[in-house]
Write a protein that binds this ligand. Structure first.
Ligand code: NAI
Ligand SMILES: C[C@H](O)[C@@H]1OC(=O)[C@H](O)[C@@H]1O
Length: 254
């Protein structure tokens, strides 16, 4: 069953990792997809090509989500290409691992600007378009298990992930009257570029794997189904919710 037939999906930071996998899965379910990317046109065009190979349409729009001007530009480009916005996925994010006591100011500021401010500007622009269209919509933020638990090398990062989940909760209230649903996904550890260096530490990787009841770290493709579900009418009465996608890591205390 194709759950997003005829829908237009916008995703930030979708030239690789979770964003790219989600973009392709949405296309597999019948959506046309606009991807935002920060730096690599070649990688973005590769994702566009994968979507087109599935028989769907796609565009790639360059933009830094921390720039407030990038949000209306992304939405405008998607509307010009596909006529509207039905689903918005706030995915772009960074996690430069660093200790707390000597955390550089610029690393804190950049992480907050990209992960939290970027999610805010983009969500606002997508929501305004959905409101003006008058046919509702779905907004999904890629938050994290880190919204619920800490990380000693992620003191700048975990508050941004709690923040985007909080943003979805408040937006669920603000946008519910327009039929716009807002939810968060809370991935555990998914193998992407964001943690490649961190997980090169074999002892840490083995420890992380051992904490997961399903017995493996996540793959970007594991995020596709949960996004499609929240984006689709199957989740029509789900808003303000958060869904862990972590192989059971969060509940595995002892
Ligand atoms: N990989 C993991 O274990 C987890 C990842 N997440 C979240 O998933 C999201 C995607 O991350 P991954 O795919 O894992 O990492 P990734 O590093 O493969 O992808 C991040 C994407 O965001 C883009 N990006 C970064 N800064 C940007 C900016 N200023 N403007 C536009 N795009 C920008 C990158 O170019 C890249 O395409 C992030 O928000 C991350 O916090 C959440 C929980 C776990
Ligand atoms: C980047 C980390 O591996 C990853 O990011 C998250 O949000 C998860 O909690 C993991 O720490």
């Amino acid at each position: 069953m194709r759950l997003l037939e005829g829908k237009t999906v916008l995703i930030t930071g979708a030239s690789r990792g979770i964003g790219a996998a989600v973009a392709v899965e949405c296309a597999r379910h019948g959506a046309n997809v606009a991807i935002n990317y920060a730096a690599s046109p070649a990688a973005a065009e590769d994702v566009v090509a994968q979507i087109e190979a599935l028989g769907q349409k796609a565009i790639a729009v360059k933009g830094d989500v921390s720039d407030p001007a990038a949000a209306p530009e992304f939405v405008k480009a998607a509307v010009a290409a596909f006529g509207g916005v039905d689903v918005f996925v706030s995915n772009a994010g960074i996690c430069p691992f660093h200790g707390f006591l000597d955390m550089p100011v610029d690393v804190v500021d950049r992480t907050i600007k990209v992960n939290l401010n970027g999610a805010y500007y983009m969500t606002q622009a997508a929501a305004n378009q959905m409101k003006n269209q008058g046919r509702g919509g779905a907004i999904i933020a890629i938050s994290s298990i880190s919204a619920l638990v800490g990380g000693g090398m992620q003191t700048h990062y975990t508050p941004t992930k709690a923040g985007v989940h909080s943003l979805m909760q408040s937006c669920a209230i603000a946008l519910g009257p327009y039929g716009i649903r807002c939810n968060s996904l809370l991935p555990g550890t998914i193998l992407t570029d964001i943690n490649k260096d961190d997980l090169a530490d074999t002892a840490k990787r083995t420890y992380m794997e051992g904490r997961i009841p399903l017995g493996r770290l996540g793959q970007p493709e594991d995020m596709g189904g949960p996004v499609v579900f929240l984006a689709s009418d199957l989740a029509r009465y789900v808003t303000g919710a958060a869904l862990l996608v972590d192989g059971g890591a969060f509940v595995n205390l002892q």
